[in-house]
Design a binder for this molecule. Structure first.
Ligand SMILES: [Fe+2]
Length: 135
């Protein structure tokens, strides 16, 4: 069973962003499977790196859309992205140094990390950006 099942409720009603969110869900699910399958540290770190790199690509896409359209919540939203990136950087460093191992707690944290951001922060730009013709 996947850790996160995509729900229509997660949609921000902007196609490119939904596709990227679906990819982030898939990467977190990959990490969950890697843990369940008992994959080694290197394999786990590889997936965490993919998640980190893709997160950066995705956030900059979102930030560009917000900025180009003068979204009023841009500054706050960008600060949240920066904090979210730092959290994954911390997980990555802690895994690398052996301070933590991948666990259900880490996975639950990442699930919340993504889903709450989509629901509580991303969905706030939907109406504004849709009204600018971005769908
Ligand atoms: Fe966002």
């Amino acid at each position: 069973m996947a850790l996160i099942d995509w729900k229509d409720d997660f949609s921000v009603n902007i196609k490119s962003i939904d596709q990227q969110h679906i990819m982030l869900v898939a990467l977190i699910n990959d990490l969950h499977s890697a843990m369940k399958l008992g994959k080694g540290k290197e394999a786990i770190i590889t997936v965490v790196h993919e998640l980190l790199e893709y997160t950066k690509v995705h956030f900059s896409h979102e930030e560009q859309l917000m900025k180009n359209n003068s979204y009023p919540g841009y500054i706050d939203h960008k600060a949240k992205h920066d904090a979210l990136v730092n959290q994954v950087v911390d997980i990555d460093n802690n895994l690398k140094s052996g301070k933590v191992v991948i666990s259900q707690d880490v996975l639950n944290f990442l699930k919340k990390w993504l889903v709450e951001h989509i629901i509580e922060t991303d969905k706030k730009y939907t109406t504004f950006l849709n009204n600018k013709g971005i769908k």
